[in-house]
Design a protein around this ligand. Structure first.
Ligand SMILES: Cc1cc2nc3c(=O)[nH]c(=O)nc-3n(C[C@H](O)[C@H](O)[C@H](O)COP(=O)(O)OP(=O)(O)OC[C@H]3O[C@@H](n4cnc5c(N)ncnc54)[C@H](O)[C@@H]3O)c2cc1C
Length: 332
């Protein structure tokens, strides 16, 4: 029987990185095609998997890789793991890592990779058809998977709150472990690290992490302080309407009723009071951190972490702590 493999990375928490949307979609494809399914969780020594956190109904293999292994190495190890398995489809959630590994795995399997798909459907012949935006989103290409195996990455919105993701949707009826085999990682191209882009180059619309400032920031130079935090978190920057009206930040970065609605994983609100007009635009964030000197500021009511203090003290301290944390992780 053909099998659908969903390949995910382990998270810092010891469970899986994201996201029930991709997992349930892969299971949906498997059951529609009458194929079996399995989840492969790629872990590293700094991101070990806690089996207790992998609960649900699908078979799961934890693949233990060295830290910093190349895309080639991941792809060849996944292929080795597959052995005689009849791989019909390999599904990833799209990311820089996943798109790279997917393309390399597809090359090894002598097939093509379909990256950044947005959905799928069954054709009249009962084959899987994958849909992906092309021409900058102006059109959608449909690709039928005629002869397996297929390698697909999905760029989907995440579903649910972080604590619900990856747990509720059927993980781990059985858990087995697989170790990357010894030997040189002889990839021709190796990533030497990823540097965070400029926070002001990334649009806020689909951003994962947003550091936002309001009138309490006190001026354009206040956004210089927030920029350091956005850089350290790998996020982008936004502002309240007052910050925008004062021209401290561009109008395309205004969050709220007359600005944009955002749904990041993390929204850090600095010097923002939390008017209803502002909250309308950020209330769907997974986690909100509020930094405001006024204990009674409404923003604290929608925050998961409330810091009643001057942002000029708190933000540099957070940046310092993040740099220290990274340095410690690099040493391990
Ligand atoms: C029709 C309409 C549409 C609107 N649409 C939007 C919209 O899309 N987006 C939007 O944001 N607003 C919108 N507004 C404006 C909105 O009502 C508020 O006026 C605005 O959101 C307030 O911005 P703010 O929180 O930056 O400023 P303020 O309300 O002035 O809050 C500043 C906060 O900073 C805190 N603070 C001061 N100093 C410090 C410090 N050193 N450290 C930490 N905290 C400090 C203060 O305690 C205060 O809570 C709209 C209004 C209307 C009428």
């Amino acid at each position: 029987m053909n099998c659908v493999w969903t390949v995910v990375q382990s998270s810092n928490r010891g469970d899986i990185e994201d996201d029930s949307t991709t997992l349930s979609l892969a299971q949906d494809i498997a059951s529609s095609l009458g194929w079996s399914s399995k989840v492969v969780v790629v872990s590293t020594p700094t991101r070990p998997v806690d089996e207790e956190l992998l609960r649900g109904g699908v078979d799961c293999t934890v693949l233990e890789m060295r830290s910093g292994a190349s895309g080639d190495r991941h792809a060849s190890t996944i292929l080795l793991m597959a052995g005689k398995t009849n791989l019909g489809l390999v599904v990833f959630r799209s990311s820089v890592w996943a798109d790279d590994v997917a393309c390399r795995l597809a090359a090894l399997l002598n097939t093509s990779a379909l990256t950044r798909c947005c959905s799928w459907r069954l054709s009249n012949e009962g084959k899987a058809v994958f849909l992906r935006p092309v021409l900058g989103g102006a059109a959608v290409q449909e690709c039928e998977c005629r002869l397996g195996p297929c390698v697909v990455t999905f760029a989907l919105d995440r579903a649910g709150k972080p604590e619900e993701r990856g747990r509720s949707e059927g993980m781990a009826a059985t858990v087995e472990r697989w170790k990357e085999p010894p030997g040189e990682d002889d990839a021709m191209l190796r990533s030497s690290g990823i540097a965070n882009g400029d926070p002001l180059d990334t649009a806020i619309d689909d951003a994962d992490i947003i550091v936002a400032g309001g009138r309490g920031i006190g001026g354009e130079e206040g956004f210089g302080v927030l920029r350091e935090l956005a850089l350290a978190l790998g996020g982008t920057m936004a502002g309240s309407r007052i910050a925008v009206d004062k021209k401290w930040i561009g109008r395309e970065r205004q969050v709220g009723q007359t600005g944009k609605t955002v749904h990041p994983r993390l929204y850090v609100a600095c010097g923002i009071s939390g008017s209803s007009h502002h909250i309308l635009g950020m209330k769907d964030s997974d986690a909100v951190v509020s930094i405001n000197t006024d204990r009674a500021a409404p923003i604290h009511r929608v925050a998961d972490v409330r810091i009643v203090h001057d942002y000029r003290v708190v933000v540099p301290a957070l940046v310092h702590a993040l740099h220290e944390h990274r340095a410690r992780n690099r040493q391990q």
